[in-house]
Design a protein around this ligand. Structure first.
Ligand SMILES: Nc1nc2c(c(=O)[nH]1)N[C@H]1C(S)=C(S)[C@@H](COP(=O)(O)O)O[C@H]1N2
Ligand SMILES: [Mo]
Length: 335
């Protein structure tokens, strides 16, 4: 018989999400930002065995750490158990840093996400280049617990810190011709080693896009943190998209440009394999990937001896909020 060592028990099993919330509320009330900002900060996600995160792993300017630490819990939370911090930050897809799940954490250690700026372009009254500080100015950060479902049929539950994309886009006064928003990731082969590879099947930079109503939907967010801390490089520092009802590849990382466009913009995975990855990429258990089923998913942590397979939900469980966006559309055709 296999006996689980305590260290094999996922911390999400020890710490129900309710305790996480209670603890977070408690921390907000009891401690000042100064205490939270000190070295060896306790990540609010884990109570029974607090994860002490070295200050070196919570990299970023002090103003950003302060804003992230003071984020307010939003009502947009799912009740699923959180995926432990180690899994969220060590099992990643970020092809700019390599193709294995542990490559992004290993190969992004020297990536410099500060200072950072984002170019705003296209069909809008205000365009130009804005620093990360400009972008976050006046933006009330929220913590939101969302499911993330990768097209590869695994999923996680992540407490993001960020703000609704709509709050930012409205500032730039999109014109009536702004039907889509196109997003671009940084291209910098000096910092992103896999962009140097001659064998890459991806045409860098990574690009993504949303229809304007999807971009303006209140669930669509830009994240700057997770688990109450600065977004780790491997998760898309300093600024990444999170669209919880779509496959993970839509949630583009390390964004340097957003452009309002009239035409549907090209997207990286659709360019590489159009018959496998569409523009919409809505999570749908009834529309299988040509090479595998999308009916179920491996909810991480899920081990060889403790598989955690669950049913995939239409729109990743966000159908009540987003199904109206696709009314009358054939979801098999627009996959
Ligand atoms: N620039 C960029 N963004 C990206 C990717 C990538 O390779 N490059 N991978 C995507 C995929 S396939 C997924 S599942 C999610 C994973 O996010 P996470 O590593 O923070 O969990 O990021 C998405 N965003
Ligand atoms: Mo993915």
């Amino acid at each position: 018989m296999l006996i689980k060592k305590p260290s094999d028990i996922p911390s999400s099993d020890i710490t129900p999400e309710a305790i996480y919330r209670a603890r977070r509320d408690f921390m907000r009330g009891a401690f000042s930002v100064g205490v939270l900002g000190a070295a060896g900060m306790v990540v609010p996600g884990v109570l029974a065995e607090p994860v002490h995160v070295a200050e070196a792993e919570n990299k970023g300017p002090d103003w950003l750490k302060r804003e992230i630490a003071s984020a307010k819990a939003d009502s947009q939370n799912v009740s699923d158990k959180l995926t432990p911090y180690e899994h969220v930050t060590q099992y990643n897809n970020f092809y700019e840093f390599g193709y294995n799940k542990d490559d992004p954490a290993k190969n992004s250690k020297h990536f410099q996400p500060h200072p950072w700026s984002v170019e705003i372009a296209g069909e809008a009254g205000k365009t130009g280049r804005f620093t990360l500080e400009d972008i976050l100015k006046g933006m009330a950060l929220e913590e939101r617990v969302y499911r993330l479902r990768c097209v590869e049929a695994w999923s996680m539950v992540i407490p993001w810190v960020g703000f609704p994309l709509a709050s930012l886009l409205k500032r730039f006064e999109p014109t009536g011709n702004a039907k889509y928003v196109a997003f671009t990731t940084l291209k910098d082969p000096k910092q992103m080693p896999a962009q140097k590879s001659a064998f890459s099947s991806i045409d860098w930079p990574y690009v993504e896009g949303l229809r304007i109503d999807e971009a303006m939907h209140p669930l669509t967010m830009l994240a700057v943190g997770l688990y109450g801390k600065v977004l780790p490089n491997q998760n898309g520092a300093p600024l990444r998209l999170v669209v919880p009802w779509k496959y993970g590849f839509k949630s583009i990382k390390s964004i340097v440009k957003m452009e309002f466009t009239e035409k549907e913009p090209p997207t990286t995975w659709n360019i590489s394999a159009p018959q496998e990855y569409g523009f919409y990429a809505n999570v749908n258990p009834k529309v299988d990937h040509p090479r595998w089923s999308q009916a179920t998913e491996r909810r991480l942590p899920s081990g060889l001896f403790s598989p955690n397979i669950i049913d995939t939900q239409l729109f990743n469980g966000y159908a009540d909020e987003v199904a109206h966006l696709y009314k009358g559309m054939n979801l098999k055709k627009y996959y």
